[in-house]
Design a protein around this ligand. Structure first.
Ligand code: GTP
Length: 725
């Protein structure tokens, strides 16, 4: 664990960001219904990108605490911790945060969030996809904002990072990301903005539509009641004026009823509350058989007869004429000669089913339902689909404002629930009745969800599209650059004339290419001139070196090797002969009476003599491996490897004889002279001795012998090393 948080600076940063995120998350931005946007998590993403997964986890814990406080749900810890870790690990693998966020929400976040919401949220199933989608979109928003902040304020974030990726990113990768980021942000914001506008418009349309419906329905209802009240009132006046008998009243009443079918039934009573006429006639027959039914206990009789006013009852179940839910409208009629003395009442029972007709007429919006209540809040009429019982009290709960919307919301079925079921508008009629127009809330939610889903799909498609487009755009730059780099990387002079960029490459790249080409051409010609100079200098140097070497190794007068070279070369020759067990001959040659030559013919003639002897030597001992050296003065040393002990003496004698026969011209004179040489030599197996001196000693002794024996002779010692030892 210690290793995970090894940088105190990062730890402090992640905690500070966490606290800030907690505070910001306490104030979510309301969008629509129960959907809010959180922005505090932006800081979690920043920490994930800058400091890695474990620090992001700390920040996320704080940020989630803020959300837990407002949403009262512990699930936020799980989902947002996972998101923080995922983004942190994506960053380690060099995956940009936005790509990471898309991968996370599509593959992990949305399924988990949906599952958790299903288990822990007190939301109806139809709200879940909407809330889940919103969370994914919300995350894309705060991830994009975080990515932009990191890009725009790079100097702000100086942190020792544990992120392993330190690779330099390609231009095309960066360009693709910037473009994707911009498209995501602009698309998301515009999609949300237009969704918001469209939802608002939708809501005001619904509101307007409902209010209009309420207005029309209430007007129609009022008209309906007013008209029927007027009918009863006029009928009462008519019967007051005419004051006819019950037998005469019956056809008049039937006729009236025929003209106003809105009444289920109508009746006329006398001053004893006994029904004297009634319509429809079928029901009246029943009344006759039930022996002069009295209505004196009915409100519509009492109110109209005793209080002498036109009365409209609340809704009630009729008795005697059937068991329909009715509203009774009644009015007193008076005796002709005693206008203040009621002679009875006329009553009409309004057919409540009439409202289904006007409901149907006005119900232009398919989802709308209508409820009509009387002044005692009893249901007079309710659209069939609501399954509400007529005459039962109208029970509902008004939504407490938890959902963000301008609409009025209520619950009918589950009055204890926080989740609104219906959008409503209501109006009170003149007579104290109330009309409600309601429609379900969930279609609006579905609409919002559909818009969110469409935005999300468009976003994904746009991302894919922008990915390809920006890839293509960046290729316009990077491909020619790559070609130029390759071209100049392995270019030789012949390739210079090959055109690598076609017409489609950008002008800037082409100009860069041309400038590089010019520099390269200059470089190549400069290089060629340089190479020529270097070759010349090298040759001169080699010659000088050779000369130097010759000066070091050779005797300038005779052009034979010098003593130092001979001694040095001996070791090499001996090693070589040692491996093949070959014999070596070392001979010391000394010119006889050379001093006399100098003395007689001069020093120059002596030099010439030395040169000619050397030439003779070179001609006679002509194997490459023979070393012929001037040992000093008029003395020469011959190192002859791989010699045959049997004929070496003969070979040396041949030279001696040839030399003796050679005429040597003294320079600057007509004179010539002969010279002889004495040779002492040793022939032995290479293993004889490592020191040349040992060999020379024997050869010298032999030379001394040769001189002593009269000069111009060869004495060779053949030494068998085994015999020696
Ligand atoms: N011209 C000339 N003479 C040289 C050179 N080196 C040595 N000498 C001479 O060679 C002579 C050698 O004389 P000595 O050592 O007495 O030998 P020699 O006269 O050949 O007598 P023996 O060896 O006994 O036959 C000397 O006079 C040297 O000055 C040289 O490079 N050029």
């Amino acid at each position: 664990m210690k290793n995970l948080f090894s940088t105190p600076k990062n730890l402090l940063f992640s905690i500070a960001m966490g606290i800030l995120a907690l505070v910001i998350n306490l104030y979510p931005i309301p969008f629509f219904a129960n959907v809010q946007f959180i922005v505090g998590n932006t800081l979690t993403v920043i920490v994930a990108v800058l400091c890695g997964p474990w620090y992001a986890l700390i920040t996320s814990m704080f940020a989630s605490t803020g959300l837990m406080l407002i949403w009262d749900s512990y699930h936020v810890f799980a989902i947002f911790s996972l998101e923080a870790l995922f983004l942190g690990f994506c960053r380690r693998r060099d995956i940009y945060a936005l790509y990471g966020s898309i991968i996370f929400w599509v593959l992990i976040g949305m399924p988990i969030f949906y599952l958790m919401a299903n288990i822990f949220f007190e939301l109806p199933a139809e709200h879940l996809p909407f809330v889940t989608l919103k969370q994914a979109i919300n995350s894309l928003i705060y991830t994009s904002i975080a990515s932009l902040l990191i890009l725009m304020l790079p100097k702000l974030w100086l942190f020792e990072t544990k992120i392993k990726d330190k690779q330099r990113r390609t231009l095309s990768k960066q360009m693709v990301y910037f473009i994707t980021l911009m498209i995501t942000l602009s698309l998301l914001f515009s999609a949300l903005y237009f969704n918001f506008i469209s939802l608002n418009k939708q809501q005001s349309l619904i509101k307007k539509n409902q209010q209009e419906t309420v207005f029309h329905l209430s007007y129609a209802g009022e008209q309906y009641i007013e008209m029927h009240t007027k009918v009863i009132k006029n009928a009462a006046q008519f019967f007051t004026l005419v004051n006819n008998t019950s037998a005469e009243q019956q056809p008049l009443l039937s006729n009236l009823h025929n003209n106003y079918p809105g009444f289920i039934s109508m009746l006329i009573t006398d001053d004893k509350a006994k029904i004297v006429s009634a319509t429809p006639i079928t029901r009246f027959k029943d009344i006759h058989s039930s022996n002069h039914l009295s209505v004196k206990d009915r409100d519509y009789f009492i109110e109209a007869f005793y209080n002498q006013k036109i009365f409209t009852s609340s809704v009630f179940v009729g008795r005697g004429f059937g068991n329909d839910a009715i509203i009774a409208i009644s009015a007193p009629y008076f005796q002709k000669d005693a206008p203040l003395q009621p002679a009875g009442i006329i009553e009409g029972s309004l057919d409540l089913k009439y409202f289904s007709a006007i409901d149907y007429d006005f119900n232009k919006h398919k989802n709308q339902s209508v409820i009509l209540t009387d002044e005692a809040n009893s249901i007079i009429y309710a659209s069939d689909e609501l399954n509400l019982k007529v005459m039962s009290p109208f029970k509902y709960s008004i939504h407490n404002g938890f959902y963000v919307t301008d609409l009025q919301l209520l619950n009918l079925k589950n009055t204890a629930s926080n989740i609104p079921e219906y959008i409503y508008a209501s109006k009170e009629l003149n007579n104290g009745w109330k009309i409600y127009v309601i429609e379900p809330f969930s279609p609006l939610l579905k609409q919002a969800e559909k818009q969110m889903l469409t935005s999300f799909i468009i976003l994904l498609a746009a991302l894919l599209f922008s990915f390809f487009i920006s890839n293509r755009i960046s290729q316009l730059l990077t491909v020619p650059l790559e070609m130029v780099a390759n071209h100049f990387g392995k270019l030789n002079q012949n390739d210079l004339n090959t055109q690598v960029l076609d017409e489609s490459s950008p002008r800037e790249v082409y100009s860069l290419y041309q400038r590089l080409l010019t520099s390269k051409q200059e470089l190549i010609s400069h290089q060629l001139a340089l190479e020529e100079t270097v070759a010349l200098r090298t040759l001169e140097l080699e010659n000088a070196n050779q000369k130097l070497q010759e000066l070091v190794d050779k005797d300038p007068l005779t052009n034979l090797f010098n003593r130092r070279f001979a001694e040095h070369k001996f070791t090499e020759i001996r090693d070589f002969c040692l491996r093949s067990e070959q014999a070596i001959t070392v001979a010391v040659l000394d010119l006889d009476f050379f001093k006399a030559i100098n003395d007689s013919y001069g020093h120059l003639a002596g030099d010439e003599c030395l040169r000619q002897v050397s030439e003779q030597l070179s001609q006679h001992f002509k194997r490459d491996i023979d070393i012929l050296a001037r040992y000093g003065g008029e003395e020469f040393i011959l190192i002859l490897p791989m010699t045959n002990a049997l004929n070496i003496e003969h070979h040396l004698n041949e030279f001696r004889i040839k030399l003796a026969a050679t005429k040597i011209n003294a320079p600057n004179s007509e004179q010539n002279f002969n010279i002889t040489a004495s040779i002492g030599a040793i022939t032995a197996n290479a293993s004889y001795h490592a020191q040349l001196d040992k060999w020379i000693k024997i050869a010298d002794d032999n030379l001394y012998q040769a001189k002593a024996q009269g000069r111009n002779r060869v004495i060779v010692s053949i030494i068998n090393p085994e015999a020696e030892s």
